[in-house]
Design a protein around this ligand. Sequence first.
Ligand SMILES: Cc1cc2nc3c(=O)[nH]c(=O)nc-3n(C[C@H](O)[C@H](O)[C@H](O)COP(=O)(O)O)c2cc1C
Length: 400
Amino acid sequence: MIDTLRSVLRFRRIELDATKRRLARSANVDDLRTIAKRRLPGGVFDYIDGGAEDERTLAANSDAFARRTFQPRVLRDVGEVDPSTTLLGRPLSLPLVLAPTGFTRIADPEGELAVARAAQRANVPYTLSTMATRSIEEVAAVNSGSKWFQVYMWRDRGLVKDLIDRAAHAGYEALVLTVDTTVLGRRERDVRRGFTLPPKIGLDTLIDGVLHPGWTWAFVRSEPIRFANLTGSSASDGNTAVSLAAQVNEQFDPSLSWADVEWMRSVWDGPIVIKGIQTVADARLAADAGVEAIALSNHGGRQLDTAPATLDLVGPCAEAVGDRIEIICDGGVRRGSDIVKAVALGAKACMAGRAYLYGLGAAGERGVDHVLRMFDGDVRRVMALLGATRISDLHRELVD
Ligand SMILES: Cc1cc2nc3c(=O)[nH]c(=O)nc-3n(C[C@H](O)[C@H](O)[C@H](O)COP(=O)(O)O)c2cc1C
């Protein structure tokens, strides 16, 4: 009996590092989301997790991936699987780009620096937001790999030109023009909580803070959160961040049009990606405008509710313009299998936002590494199970 027991009993070594413990228990992005939900104050978690209005588009983005099934091929010698690809003429280890997310330091004090470092380690591009809480130069100092800069078109084109010049000077390779945010979507979780960015300390925030001491301690010990790219500009008063809503209402330019894409071309030599295309008609116009890529995106369901799920646009857009521009599928990516589905349907790559923010909120920079490692492992495993050894083997017949 003792021998039988000895043969099956295995005690796990007690892990003293709390972050490692947390990561060891996280088998997927959803597990990290659960941990982030526990660790972050409710308002912060909801700002990251939530979507616009009834959150139908937020749900639809994920449902579209769940709805598609694979049609695996077998007996194909998948001894060596290679998920590397190219995007905008540059090699990357995985068909993945980290999406721009404003105010990343709300999830972890290192914020954009942590994400940019993890992206470089995984050899995938990192996109820095205009609304970042670390500056163009600070991020370039920690990431010598592939990085893109996301632009919101401000009323003050001089300020936009300054940002573009700084990005060029700091070695960013592509500009991502976000076009789905002419006005800010109504995120009702934030409305209900009275949540603002930067967070204002009221009684409920104080209680929330006390209930999440780890986050609160890190937050108060680190330097104040600000729109790092706008310091000293006319759009911000520099050291103290103005509120996100005020910034959007005062500075975002609702008159944004195709003429601005032309203007952008005149002030930027590198590739341009238009992010926020949601119809085949606009995909065609983007190709006609001569941009290098589009990100099919509804801002992760944070802008226009009941806009179409992005995965559903991939096939039709690939058919319409796939031979002229590269297509990125952005929204709802939570697993490597999602990336594989989008690529099989005609995307060159996916963008992911919340997936890495959950990792960051759950376990800081190591949490982002964990997410990227899981994506890499997922993509390799799913490709092998589909009978595909290279990205070029992923084609439409593999997905129903
Ligand atoms: C907290 C948060 C902040 C975001 N901030 C920006 C931003 O500043 N600029 C932008 O173009 N998109 C922004 N997005 C949208 C993301 O770039 C991306 O489109 C979206 O997260 C994709 O959906 P997913 O989160 O399901 O991956 C943000 C998304 C989140 C969740």
